[in-house]
Ligand binder design. Sequence first.
Ligand code: HXC
Length: 281
Amino acid sequence: MFRSDLLSGKVILVTGGGTGIGRAISEKFGSLGAKVAIIGRREEVLKETSEDLKKNGIETLYHRCDIRNPDEISKAVDYFNEKFGGIDVLVNNAAGNFVSPTHKLSPHAFDSVLNIVLHGTIYMTLDLGKRWIDSGQKGVILDIVTTYAWTGSAFVVPSAAAKAGVLALVRSLSVEWAPYGIRHVAIAPGPFPTQATKKNLFPLEGMEEALRERVPLGRVGTMEEISDLAAFLVSDGASYINGEVVTIDGGEWLKGAGQFNDLLKLTDEQWEIIKNVSKKR
Ligand code: HXC
């Protein structure tokens, strides 16, 4: 889909790059010539991903880092700067989420999601943004949000509140930091099943299947599709896209929104009856 040198010369830091969407995006960036820096909470997962990337000829480094801790972020970024000579693109991908009735949640449970998704994203963005602005370097920030950042969603309320905050961050900083040459964009993925989403969001038999039925295109997304979109958005080809959130969900959220969308279920015979009834004077 792209020229193989689309991202060559760029150093890209991906949070949560050891697993799931973060890993797929990291592989894609590397295959298009970027140097990839990945961070995450689990050293062994980072090590394994990094070794797999290297086997595919990708130049990569990892550093264990919990994005809830600004000091750990600062150390990781120092390390990548020293080894790679600066970071050009930040991808805020790391997230935490689980389904639960909201009234059953403790304050700590709320904090655990908000601290990763909202505060962690803010700490990462602040660290890189300050460095870029101080040194006069340009940069790109890509945040992974979700469609319920603007619709809200029952049973994932800490995540919905946090992702709405991240979206506000994208739209605010895309204006405030544009004069420094920092572009800020987001992707809102629909269903892209990963090990973490299976465990935390669709733990019961049939939950994932039911989700598929919500999507007008009748299927979930592939890692190839989301990582292609990410590669385009961070590339120089997208240099006039700023403050935008691109939805990639097969039409899922709009299906839930349109008042008459459930009529998709009607048969031809039922449409014929409707026509005859509604045409009668
Ligand atoms: C109710 C729960 C819970 C659950 C945890 N808690 N899981 N409460 N139901 N299923 C509560 C705990 O009881 C505790 O509160 C508090 O939350 C913190 O739990 P810890 O396990 O100590 O937290 P921590 O180790 O920091 O882990 C954070 C986490 C975890 C979010 C809870 O699931 C995680 O690390 N997830 C990372 C991977 C992940 O979730 N990926 C999915 C992202 S998908 P108490 O009061 O008991 O101490 C995504 C996409 C959105 O975001 C769009 C989808 C379409």
